[in-house]
Ligand binder design. Structure first.
Ligand code: IMP
Ligand code: MG
Length: 178
């Protein structure tokens, strides 16, 4: 195990089963639609890849890059789009893929942003949810796992751009960021 990880919160096997169960639900709900999956880079990259190959439906994909965190562990509340989707979204059903919802600022911003650009529907799938930390209410259609208030890394999630390549999700030792 990585020396900066206090404990493994979700191992590879559990990640697989979470992805499988979300993929089944989304497949059923989006059957027959012409829709766009939008990943929020970079944290969602492994989750989205696993979801895509597990799902039976075909669909279009795109990505956004947003920033609100700088290199800390607390949301600043201000969200900026650093990279937008590269196709029109008007008339589309959109499913945003996020690694984790914390304050809710990022997803609340993105939902409004895509609706303003003309999307017909904007729903959210998030791998993790930390409901105790919510500052803004956001309806989330699909949640992989609800977790306690701890800073987690791995399987795409980072702290200051590190730990994204870990195949499991672990709680970061607080001394690493304090
Ligand atoms: P929100 O805008 O506060 O909901 O934050 C969402 C974003 O913060 C996510 O996309 C993550 O990039 C980041 N984030 C929140 N909590 C964690 C965590 O525990 N580990 C890694 N990144 C996190
Ligand atoms: Mg993120």
């Amino acid at each position: 195990m990585n020396k900066d990880i206090e404990k493994v919160l979700v191992d590879e096997q559990e990640l697989d089963s979470i992805v499988k169960s979300l993929a089944e639900k989304i497949d059923a709900d989006y059957e027959g639609k012409n829709w766009l999956m939008v990943g929020v880079l970079k944290g969602s990259v492994l989750f989205m890849a696993d979801l895509m190959k597990t799902m039976k439906n075909d669909f279009k994909i795109d990505f956004v890059v947003v920033s609100s965190y700088a290199d800390g562990t607390q949301s600043t509340g201000r969200v900026n789009i650093l990279k937008d989707v590269s196709q029109p979204v008007d008339g589309m059903d959109i499913l945003i893929v996020e690694d984790i919802i914390d304050s809710g600022n990022t997803l609340s911003f993105l939902v409004k942003y895509f609706l303003a650009k003309g999307a017909v529907s904007v729903k959210i799938v998030t791998l993790f949810d930390k409901p105790d930390r919510r500052q803004v209410e956001v309806p989330v259609e699909y949640v992989g796992k609800v977790i306690p208030d701890a800073f987690i890394v791995g399987y795409g999630l980072d702290y200051a751009e590190e730990y994204r390549t870990l195949p499991y999700v672990g709680i970061l030792k607080p001394e690493v960021y304090s």
